[in-house]
Structure formats: structure tokens, C-alpha cells
Design a protein around this ligand. Sequence first.
Ligand code: NAD
Length: 496
Amino acid sequence: MQTITHFINGSHTDTSERTGQVFEPATGEQTASVSLASAAEVAGAIELAKRAHKSWSQISPLNRARVLFKFKALVENNIDELAELITREHGKVLDDAKGEIIRGLEVVEFACGIPHLLKGEHTEQVGTGVDAWHVNQSLGVVAGIAPFNFPVMVPMWMFPIAIASGNTFIMKPSEKDPSSVMRLAELLSEAGLPDGVFNVVNGDKEAVDTLLTHKDIQAVSFVGSTPIAEYIYETASKYGKRVQALGGAKNHMLLMPDADLDQAVGALMGAAYGSAGERCMAISVVLAVGNSGDALVEKLLPQIKALRVGNGVTPEMDMGPLISAQHLAKVTDYVETGVAEGATLLADGRELTVADHEQGYFLGGCLFDNVTPEMTIYKEEIFGPVLAIVRVDDYAEALELINEHEFGNGTAIFTQSGEAARHFCHHVQIGMVGVNVPIPVPMAFHSFGGWKRSLFGPLHMHGPDGVRFYTKRKAITARWPKPKHAQAEFVMPTMK
Ligand code: NAD
């Protein structure tokens, strides 16, 4: 059986004693084992990345960008192979896998503009004969830790901007689906990236903890579940690193009675059930305002029952399996809890079987009606194809529920009222907001991030925040003419 190793200093390396198992979720079969790096292996990779930083940081931003231009072309040429690697290990359908690669490539495209993005600011004559400016310099070795659900896109939120800014990078992918990022590492080398600039260490808590505490890691970008995000933020901050740690979500759609229902239902189907609900921006709750709930259920239910669920590599599928047997068990437990707590289960995905894939981790689309804010299935992130409808009397009640929820990643309002939409955008306590757009993921040149317990740290991912996160400012004040009076001054310097 294939062993997925590490990619350190430009080559595949492996001295790990421990391994994990990688499964194909559609069949339930183990397809590979993955090396789990020891603390010593991670430290070795950091040392090599630190050496690589010395020269990489001195290469002009334009020449760093040129490597990314080549990388972009290579990813495009290999998109089918990359998508299949994602689907085999994650389960999502091939077109969705391609979609995440394309969203990741948009960050590469943004990072290709790094010569412009790194420019500092200059003020001439801040005092007589004195100029002042600031420059943005790289941090050194930075680390990224990714979740299983976007094995290509989430790493691409991080490393293109980090390396374009002159840093070197250690990526720790999810141990559940590491192959696609290993392929990205090879493509970066093929594009001309010097050895040691981008490294992949596979592993689990031991590898992560080494990254969080090692003296030569300057910054940590994390995406994953909220408890781990909080742990990453606290630990890495304690060890003096910059941290951005993105966590879980419970994204609400606020459905107003005046919304175009066909548009809303179409949007909801993709946002709730695409990628089997394993997206941090998936819609998992609909707040049906006034009398909108009955009509919603009437239109939604037949579409849920018609979902085509199967192996993600089979054309024409809407939804693949969940990531693992453990996660399938967790999600079906939530369905049982919802029933036990008194919600009305209108569509029960547990009834689904997929022919010739009896060992796969499949769950059909589930729909709960009459969910209340006290229920576990309302409060907690399920991360599966389970949609909850909460019926509310009016817009104000809906807004309050969203604002009181512990998560603050994404939300959307569906309405034809500009006044309601405007009020919503202004008052909602959520990081990313859609108006008649179900999954309002910002483009690469904006920044992505939630509020409340969906993000720990001040800076969001990619866009201007990404550049800010991976660079440090240096302010320079210079005077060239010989000062007339060179004697010491003991008062606070003010410009004359
Ligand atoms: P996870 O938190 O289990 O794992 C994420 C990463 O942390 C993995 O690389 C894993 O190896 C590592 N890890 C796990 N446990 C650890 C521990 N105890 N100590 C140190 N490291 C540990 O998340 P997941 O199940 O892979 O991904 C799903 C979660 O990610 C969901 O909660 C989802 O909402 C979230 N997510 C959030 C965003 C966002 O932008 N906010 C995007 C994608 C996914």
C-alpha cells in the first residue's frame, strides 16, 4: 500500500515511525497510509525552511511572483488529476473539487500582484531635510494547519501570499486527505520554487504542537474546528507568534416572506447539501419569517428527496459521502438527537443506500422542521447534510437569533426589500454577509473571516489582511544633510 510521506526541502522524505490511515470515503477502503511526523522531523523541516528564507527573502518580489505565474499554469494543466485526488480522499463530487481548486487559484492570481501589494508608504519632508517611509518585510518561517474539508483551497488561502511576501512555509495538511497538497508541493518545485521554501509535513497533534511552540516559527495560520482553533490561538500566542485561527460555523439563512422562493430554494439546496454540508460556509439553519415556512417546505422537500448521492467520481452526482466512518456516526447521532428533542424530521437521509458502495460513508439529505433555539441541533455545528428550519414571527426575532449565536462565520438574507437587506447588512453580527447570495465567500482580493467564535485573531485570510499577516512593517526616518547642531537632545524629538 502507498505511503504518503513528507515533502521537505524539495524532496519526498520520511523517517516517521508512526503512520495514520487514509480512506476512500465512497468505498470505505483504506487507500494509503500517511506518515505522522515526529517533533524532530518537524524541527528539521523548520531548520531547512529557515535556511531557505535567507535567500528567498532577498529575491525580488517580481521574480517571486513569476514562480507563482508558472505554478498557476501548472495547476491549471493538472486540474483533473488534482480534482480526482481530492475526490478520492475527501469524497466531494469532481466538479466541486475543481471549484475549490479554482477558488484557491484566485489567491495565487492575487499573490502574483505582490510587487504592488508589498509597496510601502513614503512621506517626504516630515521635518526639514527629513523623509520617512515604511517597508513591508517577510517574517521568516511561517506555518499553516489545514482541515480536511478543503484540502487544496484552504492551503491556497495561505501559502501563495506567504511565499510571495518572501516567507518560507511549513504546511501541515489534514491527515485525512493529504495527497492533493503533496501534489501542489511537486508542482511548486516544477514551477521553479527553490528547495525549502514550501514544505509539507504530514502529522497529527505532535507535528502541530511542534509548530506552535518552536522558536523559529513566526506565524501560524489555522483553519479547523473551534475547540482546536482556540487551542492553536492560545498556545501559539503564548509562544510569541502571530496567529489567525479560523473555527467552526452555524450559518443562518434569513428567509423573508417577500423573497423569490424559487431562487432561495435553489440557493439553499446547493448551500446546505453541496459537499455533503462539510463546508464552513454551508447554510445549516433557515429562519423562515412569518408564513414563508410552509411554502419553503413544499418546494424544498421534493428537491431533497431527488438529491443524487453517490461516488463523487461518478458524473452527475450532487453529493458524495462524508469524510469518515466516525464523522458519519457523529452526524447520524445528531439526527437522532434532533428527533429525541422534538424537531420534525421531514427528510431522513439515514434511509439512503448507494448501490455497490455499501461500505461507503453515505448519508442522504436530512431536513428538520420546527427546530427551536434550545435544541442541540440548532446550537452545535453538525457539519453534514442536515438542514434545520426555525420558524420565527418576524425579521427582528430572526436577526436577534443570528446575533446571539456563538458562531459568526457567514449568513445570508433572501428578500426583495432593499430596506430589510440594508438594515441586515448593517446590524448583523457576522463576518461575511450575503444578500440573495447563499455562500458569501469573499473573492481572493478581499479577506475571508468570521466573527465571534468562528475566528481567533485580528486578521482574516487572504486579500489585504493576508498580506498584512505575512509581513512586518519597518518605519524608517532618514536625514542626510549634516545636522547643524549635533549635540544630544533629551526631550521627545519633534520635527522642526
Ligand atoms: P479539526 O479541527 O479536527 O482539524 C484541523 C487541523 O487541526 C488538522 O490538520 C488536524 O490534524 C489538527 N488537529 C486536530 N486535533 C488537534 C489537536 N488536538 N491538537 C493539534 N492539532 C489538531 O477540523 P476538521 O475536522 O479537519 O475540519 C472541519 C472543521 O473545520 C469544521 O469545524 C469547519 O467549520 C472548520 N472549517 C472552518 C473554516 C473557516 O473558514 N472558518 C473553513 C474550513 C473548515
